[in-house]
Design a protein around this ligand. Structure first.
Ligand SMILES: Cc1cc2nc3c(=O)[nH]c(=O)nc-3n(C[C@H](O)[C@H](O)[C@H](O)COP(=O)(O)OP(=O)(O)OC[C@H]3O[C@@H](n4cnc5c(N)ncnc54)[C@H](O)[C@@H]3O)c2cc1C
Length: 383
């Protein structure tokens, strides 16, 4: 594939968009790690995003060429072994969507094909009359040992499910912190539990983020997707999808690109929600370093922990107290001194440095306790 020729075609088709060849991706991630994209496209509006996707879909004359991830595979690899979420078009152009890059480790070699950085940003309150449907929420399995030292959500949680509801439509590239603040300013509550999560709302849905006791799926009414296999925009009712801890339907369907979504939120107590948001941020800022990709690994399953420790343990506790690896450095990457389940870019780290720490932790857990940790960070590109 001649990517320079494709970039020239894209530039003439979309003269108002930022389209670059061999463009470094590190600045678009919280880790500030990653080599270049062959072609980088920056979209800032929902309509632009859809037009670019339509054009890329038109290059695809083989709808069966999309890679689909099997449910049994580790979340951070794809069936072709290239380690990243990829849509292969018949023209041979792999395409990766990047939100705020807060959950990814991009290879030092960068990403082949097209990377679309999604900054589409809009917030629209759909209904003004109060509505009410039953609010169901799925308690997360999140747990921190030593809550005094790390995160204590018990004092912050409260129930607002009896409040009048409101529907809010938002473009998928809207930054979550901006969405939370903008809605609180309009007395719309419900997202305060997700404060300090530095992703876009599209990335949040793709991952089914958790904050305190809640998942983003608890608040999701519908998701609008561009289906690369049919070249159609369609809306999917959130209730028709299976949502579990850190898992979404979209992880198994790379042909579905999230373009916008509708949330069911509350006209609740904005003062109380703002207090919770601020208190939650104050706790998280102390233990969750921003120069990371969030938690490196998911917590082990309860059954696994019960057999070894007689109770649930967090991965951070295991890395700190059982392996004694807190603070360990490889190259410029370090297992954070603040929280042992966060790996940070301390000093010009490479993806190889970060991956070496992931491997060190996984292999020591396997050797000492006999189980496999599941990475939370998504590895994109060749490793
Ligand atoms: C300091 C810190 C704290 C964090 N705290 C939490 C936390 O409390 N809870 C939690 O759950 N996570 C947490 N995270 C992880 C991360 O912020 C979330 O997973 C976030 O939602 C990722 O969104 P993003 O836009 O950055 O996605 P990215 O990292 O850009 O992408 C992640 C994946 O989503 C896919 N994707 C992104 N947008 C789309 C789209 N529009 N359509 C289809 N696919 C898409 C990408 O291709 C990629 O595979 C934290 C991270 C950091 C750095």
């Amino acid at each position: 594939m001649d990517y320079h020729q494709l970039a020239a075609e894209l530039k003439s088709k979309f003269p108002n968009l930022t389209i670059e060849s061999d463009h470094p991706l590190a600045p678009y991630t919280t880790l500030k790690i990653g080599g270049p994209a062959d072609i980088f496209i920056h979209v800032k509006q929902n309509q632009e995003f859809i037009q670019v996707l339509e054009y890329l879909a038109s290059l695809n004359n083989d709808v069966n060429s999309f890679s689909k991830r099997s449910e049994h595979e580790p979340a951070y690899t794809d069936p072709e072994g290239s380690g990243h979420r990829k849509n292969s078009f018949a023209s041979g152009v792999p395409t990766t969507i990047l939100g705020n890059g807060s959950n990814v480790l991009i290879s030092d070699q960068g990403l082949r094909g097209i990377v679309i950085k999604n900054s589409s940003n809009s917030i629209e309150i759909i209904n003004t009359n109060p509505i009410k449907v039953d609010f169901h929420h799925s308690y997360t399995q999140r747990k921190e040992d030593e809550p005094d030292k790390y995160l204590d959500f018990t004092k912050l949680d409260y129930d607002e499910s009896d409040q009048p509801q409101v529907l809010v439509k938002t473009a998928s590239g809207t930054p979550l912190p901006l969405l939370i603040t903008s809605l609180l300013n309009q007395s719309i509550t419900g997202l305060q539990w997700f404060a300090y999560i530095p992703g876009t709302i599209g990335g949040a849905v793709w991952y089914n983020i958790h904050g305190g006791n809640y998942h983003i799926s608890d608040y999701l009414e519908s998701v609008e997707v561009f289906d690369m296999s049919t070249s159609q925009v369609r809306s999917i009712d959130s209730k028709s999808l299976d949502w579990t801890y850190e898992k979404s339907y979209f992880q198994l369907h790379p042909e579905l690109i999230i373009t916008s979504l509708t949330l069911r939120l509350f006209r609740g107590d904005a003062q109380m929600a703002t207090k919770v948001r601020d208190a939650w941020i104050a706790q998280k800022v102390k233990v969750q370093p921003m120069n990371s990709a969030g938690s490196a690994f998911a917590n082990p399953a309860l059954e696994t922990c019960q057999k070894i420790w007689g109770e649930q343990k967090s991965t951070g506790w295991i890395i700190d107290h059982e392996l004694g690896l807190k603070g360990t450095k490889i190259g410029g990457a370090q297992i954070s001194e603040k929280h042992a389940n966060f790996i940070v870019n301390q000093d010009h780290a490479t993806a190889v440095d970060y991956k070496a720490l992931l491997d060190l932790i996984s292999s020591q857990v396997k050797q000492k306790f006999g189980f496999d940790l599941v990475p939370e960070v998504r590895l994109l590109g060749e490793f």
